[in-house]
Design a binder for this molecule. Structure first.
Ligand code: PEP
Ligand code: CO
Length: 452
């Protein structure tokens, strides 16, 4: 493995001397440079102190004293952008978080795939549309999803549009999470509606009833449920895949308090399964920013690969610095995960183990839509908990793709969506997401796994 010689220190642009996978070929370099300069002059989205706060919260999860819920769109969209959509997505994440807090008995660290999740790695740079071969869609930060040649030409002005949409999304999230929308009693009331409204939901009645009793108990002890800040405000963090490095570099700033570098495009950044090469540009970039960072880990990763990644991305072994997000698929998890847990545990690397039960379970349905089976998703989660139980490690969290909208993108779940229904409300521009009911169903299922 090559290490960076000590004579070449990290800089926000040191990634440029490494091979960078999955970068768009921008048609006009001059335009890209102009946009880069513009972004570099715009205010940061987050403050370095917040990123440090999140590292500490994730450090608790690395040590078995917190649980992480990372959730949101596969790809945020420029066209499906509204206050209602942001509210509904936040609402379902908050509902899941309450259930998971009860199930785990520890604080839940809430991290959205939101306010910056606009770029997608693709397995092929082109796709066939009719008799034409056109460039693949790479997320609204890069090009448009319309299946037409001209729509797929990368446009650097989209980087600025993504920044601006992130600013307004984050602004509303901050308002909702600090302004009363996240009130625990309210979120619990929404969950009770879910439990009461379907036969399937009723299997979770004792969890909902347990939360209810806990709230009554607190009130009986004299805790004023409406006056207590911690019961109606929550910390909500943003994250996205740090894919388009021109964008991430332009938003990387030196913290005036510590002089350290932070990528101020989000609180947490991760590197994807297709861009986690140890000597590649993405790991180089993440290695030097001081935000909490993550890496996806797929079924091809060996124990040595994962240890090398830990050394590369968290050589100081700071708890909370590194989250490993495994995405094996239901058929591979029992075989693939335990050796990695053992290796990382034996080497003493403090990582947060998070299960992404989505990306290893994708397939194409007869009608041509990408989809996932709810049962496979739950199956992978069960394997995740089994592996941690057998290795004596802490199952640190879950990472899911969801929306607050009533979409028909994943099969099964409470409403038992079948293949013939996928086309009804299939609005994702990339991977299939859980709808609100499926997401809650998953949270109750995970709460049961945590309790047992
Ligand atoms: C994603 O999280 O949307 C994604 C592309 O994941 P992965 O890198 O694990 O394939
Ligand atoms: Co995805």
């Amino acid at each position: 493995m090559t290490r960076r010689p000590t004579s070449t220190p990290w800089t926000p642009d040191s990634w440029r001397s490494r091979p960078a996978a999955q970068q768009p070929v921008w048609p006009d370099e001059g335009e890209l440079k102009r946009v880069h300069a513009q972004l570099a002059g715009l205010p940061p989205l987050v403050f370095a102190g917040e990123a440090r706060h999140l590292t500490r919260a994730l450090g608790q999860a690395a040590e078995g004293r917190a649980f992480v819920l990372q959730a949101g769109d596969c790809a945020e969209s420029f066209s499906e952008f509204s206050a209602d959509a942001i509210r509904d997505k936040l609402k379902v994440i908050l509902q899941m978080a309450v259930v998971l807090t009860y199930g785990s008995g520890v604080p839940v660290v809430k991290v959205g795939r939101i306010a910056g999740q606009f770029a997608k790695p693709r397995s092929s740079p082109t796709e066939q549309v009719g008799d034409q071969v056109i460039e693949s869609f790479r997320g609204h930060m890069v090009n448009d999803d319309l299946p037409e040649r001209s729509a797929r030409v990368p446009d650097p002005n989209r980087l600025v549009a993504a920044y601006q949409q992130s600013v307004s999304t984050l602004n509303l999230l901050r308002a909702f999470t600090k302004g009363g929308f996240a009130d625990l009693s309210q979120v619990h009331a929404w969950n009770q509606q879910f439990v009461a409204s379907s036969a399937e939901g009723q299997q979770f009645e004792d969890i909902a009833e347990g939360i209810d009793r806990a709230l009554r108990f607190m009130a009986a002890c004299g805790i004023n449920l409406t006056a207590e800040d911690s019961l109606h405000e929550v910390d909500f963090w943003t994250s996205h895949e740090a894919l388009i490095l021109d964008y991430e570099e332009a938003l990387t700033r030196r913290d005036s308090l510590t002089e350290e570098w932070y990528d101020c495009s989000a609180h947490m950044l991760w590197v994807g399964e297709r861009t986690r090469q140890l000597d590649g540009a993405h790991c180089e970039f993440l290695s030097g920013i001081n935000n909490p960072i993550g890496s996806k880990i797929g079924p091809s990763a060996t124990a040595d690969d994962v240890i090398d990644l830990c050394e590369r991305l968290n050589p100081q072994r700071v708890p909370g610095r590194l989250t490993l997000i495994t995405r094996f698929g239901v058929d591979a998890i029992d075989r693939a995960l335990p050796p990695l847990l053992r290796a990382v545990r034996d080497q003493g690397h403090p990582v947060v183990w998070v299960c992404d039960p989505m990306h290893g379970n994708t397939f194409t349905a007869e009608g041509g839509q990408k989809t996932r089976r709810f049962d496979d998703i739950i199956g992978e989660l069960k394997g995740f908990f089994r592996a941690h139980q057998s290795e004596g490690t802490w199952p640190g969290g879950v990472h899911v793709e969801l929306t607050g909208d009533d979409v028909t993108e994943c099969l099964g779940g409470v409403e038992d969506i079948v293949e013939g229904q996928l086309h009804q409300r299939y609005t994702t521009t990339c991977d299939p997401r859980l709808n609100a009911r499926q997401a809650l169903d998953l949270a109750f299922g995970v709460a049961e796994l945590l309790r047992s």
